[in-house]
Design a protein around this ligand. Structure first.
Ligand code: COA
Length: 536
């Protein structure tokens, strides 16, 4: 057994390059040609193969390091005598023995150059398909497997990978054109060992080529044999070309979290896009409401501080908890506060008590708050909207349904009163009484809680001077009502006692601006202050 240092071989002109992946671990048995590290320049990524089999004793580089030719990569334990191994089995250009600390500079790499046309491979039956993306430009260096173009059929998009590494000499297709099997895509200039290129090559072979060893593992050009464009199953170790890595970096995606579905276990851009799409869908659906990159609250054994008992959460409480978290995380909240003078409103409401009793209805401030909200939603339509799931549209609603938060023994429920703008105060009083009773009895049906445009959460009967309610997404705003109380208000001449109602409005700042809320709120407060305005 001997210990050898495996150095970075000739990088074909690249100077200092970044280690983007270390493919082996200490103690791992590696085979000859197995990738040790992946390096990345601004043009291409390359895998550095192990020149011989052995066991990894130590790693000399880590991800993120910048290294150059001759730098030590790994310490490898190999069978047999060190010097004999190196001199007989491997060229000194690739391996430096322990006893010879200065790595020997690699001999010039093979410079046999040929031009090869890359055609559209078998498309699995698809006939004439659209080119939706051209991923390379003339002059680009592409590695084997790098996407050249993306095609789209009515069923899927397909990336066509380069069947071998090379430099793009000419592009034969453009975005928006149609191609079929055999259509030329690009003309590549390919470098390869003389033995593989043979006499057909148009290359100039330098005199020293015979002695040269290809320094970087470059897949052998396979003439212009078509590469099947089907999606292959993921393998143990997946590979991503530079364009895919770049996309992943731009999107902040950790590729180890992504399943590779490309040819020979390669990541495709669609793998990265699909991963992000799924993540967004999971967050939107609440599946990832916890743990999506948010630090978890530590689990604590409270019994160490005193007597505790575990109380099971009701199903409703758990749903409310998930919804609140989802809404809080999705909607950037802003809350504004104001006070409405409800002195006249309360005088009127109290004057109607007898009438209310006759009707068997409890007339609280709530129907007035609902009616004023309907008027303000009509006056300021940005509040009567929802964000569209596509992130590019606002859904403007031409109906006015308002939810009322009801505290029930099982948890919070929000039944919805439909067409509030079209209903009178008595009707609203009856309906809100009935829905609140139904909620407390646990008899609300799903449809009773659907379709709300805006929510009113009234804690007025309980007290408090103000609170910041959480928007009931996909609605874009919610009103919090606190306890009215008499206050001395300056009327320009003197302080007069007025019944002041504290109100707050939280809104989704993606859909509503502060100025919109200012208009909505001012109008709302003026209507509540003088309910005759509802008749206007
Ligand atoms: N200021 C002072 N008094 C108020 C008031 C306010 N803002 N709002 C209501 N009141 C009074 C009512 O007038 C009534 O008094 P009265 O009988 O003398 O007329 C009393 O408080 C009780 O009213 P209540 O029965 O609660 O009726 P309501 O129509 O005001 O409220 C609900 C109905 C369903 C909204 C309410 O019962 C409820 O469940 N609120 C909780 C909502 C909640 O938990 N939100 C938190 C979400 S985070």
């Amino acid at each position: 057994m001997a210990i050898e240092i495996i150095p970075v071989p000739d990088l074909g002109g690249a100077d200092k390059v970044e280690v983007i992946e270390v493919c082996v671990a200490v103690g791992e048995r590696v085979e000859e040609e197995q990738s040790l590290v992946v390096l990345e320049t601004d043009k291409a990524s390359m895998e550095i193969p192990c020149p011989k089999g052995g066991t990894v004793v130590s790693l000399k580089v880590k991800e993120g390091d910048t290294i150059g030719e001759g730098d030590a990569l790994i310490e490898l334990e190999v069978a047999g005598d060190t010097v004999a191994d190196v001199t007989e089995a491997e060229p000194a250009a690739e391996i430096a023995v322990v006893e010879a600390p200065a790595p020997v500079v690699a001999a010039p790499a093979v410079a046999v150059v040929s031009k090869k046309m890359v055609p559209v491979p078998d498309l699995g039956g698809a006939d004439s398909v659209d080119v939706i993306e051209v991923c390379v430009a003339v002059g680009d260096e592409v590695a084997e497997g790098d996407s050249l173009i993306v095609l789209e059929t009515d069923k899927a998009s397909i990336e066509i990978p380069a069947p071998f590494a090379g430099k793009v000499l000419a592009l034969k297709v453009a975005e928006g054109t149609k191609v079929t099997v055999g259509t030329d895509i690009v003309l590549l200039q390919v470098e390869a060992p003389a033995t593989e290129v043979g006499e057909t090559s148009a290359a100039v072979v330098p005199a020293e080529a015979e002695a040269a060893i290809p320094a970087i593992k470059t897949p052998s050009p396979t003439a212009s044999a078509p590469v099947p464009a089907h999606i292959a199953a993921s393998g143990d170790k997946a590979y991503a070309g530079p364009s895919v890595r770049k996309l992943a970096r731009q999107m902040g995606v950790d590729l180890t979290e992504v399943a590779a579905t490309g040819l020979r276990s390669r990541y495709t851009k669609d793998d990265v896009r699909g991963y992000v799409k799924q993540l967004v869908a999971d967050v939107a659906s609440g599946k990832l409401s916890e743990g999506a990159g948010i630090p978890q609250v530590p689990e604590i054994d409270f019994s160490q501080f005193g007597d505790v008992e575990l109380v099971k959460m009701t199903k409703l409480k758990k749903i409310v908890a998930a919804n609140m978290t989802r809404n809080w995380l999705n909607a950037p909240h802003v809350t504004q506060f104001d006070e409405a003078d409800i002195t006249e409103l309360e005088a009127f409401r109290k004057s109607m008590k007898g009438e209310a009793e006759k009707r068997g209805v409890k007339l609280t401030p709530l129907p007035f708050l609902l009616k004023a909200a309907a008027a303000a939603l009509a006056a300021e339509p940005s509040f009567n909207a929802s964000m569209h799931a596509d992130g590019e549209h606002i859904v403007q609603k031409n109906y006015i349904h308002i939810g009322v938060a009801v505290a029930t023994p099982a948890g919070l429920m929000v039944p919805v009163i439909r067409d509030v703008d079209k209903k009178g105060l008595w009707e609203l009083a009856e309906e809100s009484n009935a829905l609140a009773a139904k909620a407390r009895a646990g008899k609300l049906l799903p449809r009773d809680m659907q379709g709300g445009c805006f929510t009113i959460s009234s804690l007025g009967a309980m007290g408090g001077t103000g609170f910041t309610p959480i928007v009931n997404c996909p609605e874009v705003a919610i009103m919090g009502v606190s306890k009215a109380q008499m206050k001395p208000i300056w009327n320009g001449t003197e302080f007069v006692p007025r019944n002041m109602l504290p109100l707050s409005v939280s809104y989704d700042h993606r859909a509503i601006n502060g100025a919109d809320c200012g208009k909505f709120f001012t109008y709302y407060v003026s209507v509540i202050g003088d309910i005759r305005k509802l008749l206007l």
